[in-house]
Design a protein around this ligand. Sequence first.
Ligand code: HEC
Ligand code: HEC
Length: 373
Amino acid sequence: MPTAGAGGSSAGSGNAGSGGNAGSGGNAGSAGAGDPIPGTCAPPSDIKAPYQKLSQTGCMSSTDPTQFAAKAIPYQVNSPLWSDSADKTRAMVIPAGQKIHIKNCAVPADNCTQGPADTGQWVFPVGTVMLKNFLFDNKLVETRLFVRHDAQTWVGYSYQWNEAQTEATIGPAEDPTDVMFNTGSRMVPWQYPSRTQCMKCHVDYGGSTLGPETRQMNREVNGKNQIDHLAELGMFDQVPAKPYAEAYVQPYPSEAGTPAASATLDQKARSYMHANCAFCHRPDGEFPQIDMRYETTLANMGVCNVVPLKGNQGVLDAVELKPGEPAKSIVYLRMNALQGAGRMPAIATKQIDTAGVKLISDWITSIKSCPTP
Ligand code: HEC
Ligand code: HEC
């Protein structure tokens, strides 16, 4: 376990230079002898030597280490990743003068190798730092940084919060860490993913960043559409045309909101699978036989009455998805399984998402037969 003391000098030294990509000059501020110079919330100059302490990154407020720095732009998504019921807050830090590009798969230069379903993915410039906090009972358990070092390289860093909420410390590169986190009113089991695990989900073919897509970001926050807000800040190379692509519905009532009464079961289930599964289950993904992207029709998902390749979860005649029968559908069985027992996703989650499982169960129940492709 890392201790709460000052970061080792070897770990700190790699960060002393200003990130070449930050575009914001040198790291300001005077540091005590031996202390790493505080960052400006830019990718660390040495990928393998991130700041040991979150407070050193410059991504959090210098007066309140639990709040994002002023330069970070907060945002929300319509359909969040299930993270063992943790609440989340998110923000982006884009280097000065750089722009967000929104993919338009009708344009060859945008290089959508897997078809039009990837239209609307946001591409962030080199030097970007994406931030995500995980909270229980308003207490931070983890802050994740996902940073773009260069055209090819994104890296994730996980910071583990102390119970006093004064500091968070970098987690290990290779191994996930299990803890019981004390929120003050209860103990919550939590698993910090390893740096290697970040990249299992944050794959380049999935867009590297997984939340920001037009349909995820098309959302009112504090009485204002988030995309309008970012456009006013001049964050896009090309402002998306209005009306913006239709917002994903909320899959079920959560901190992201309650699904509109008009949302269909199919829309809710697809919104859930898109956000939670599709970055691995897509034609160029880790398990490409299944395509769970929102735009993919049931006939083309590769699930309906399809015999599983990786076992039957103990149910003899189970198929990936059996119309009307969730209990014989691997999609349902794997969502309802524990880590190590075929659970999907296999990493970064240990608690069953009961509302998500019910949604997918209801969706499978509602399907009468397999459509022909
Ligand atoms: C199980 C897959 C998975 C793993 C493992 C994972 N993430 Fe993510 N992450 C997601 C998804 C999906 C989103 C977007 C949805 C959301 O924000 O709720 C996301 C969002 C984020 C964001 C906000 C920017 C974005 O890409 O949308 C950051 C920052 C982030 N993750 C950092 C990390 C870091 C650092 C790690 C490793 C320590 C990590 N993540 C591990 C799936 C994962
Ligand atoms: C981090 C990548 C990743 C994520 C996220 C993910 N999966 Fe998977 N999925 C895999 C891999 C890899 C396999 C193959 C598993 C094995 O070898 O046992 C798999 C297997 C499956 C299978 C069985 C396929 C077969 O033919 O046996 C189903 C069904 C499935 N996943 C559904 C889901 C659902 C539903 C979600 C979202 C709730 C999800 N997955 C999220 C990577 C992922």
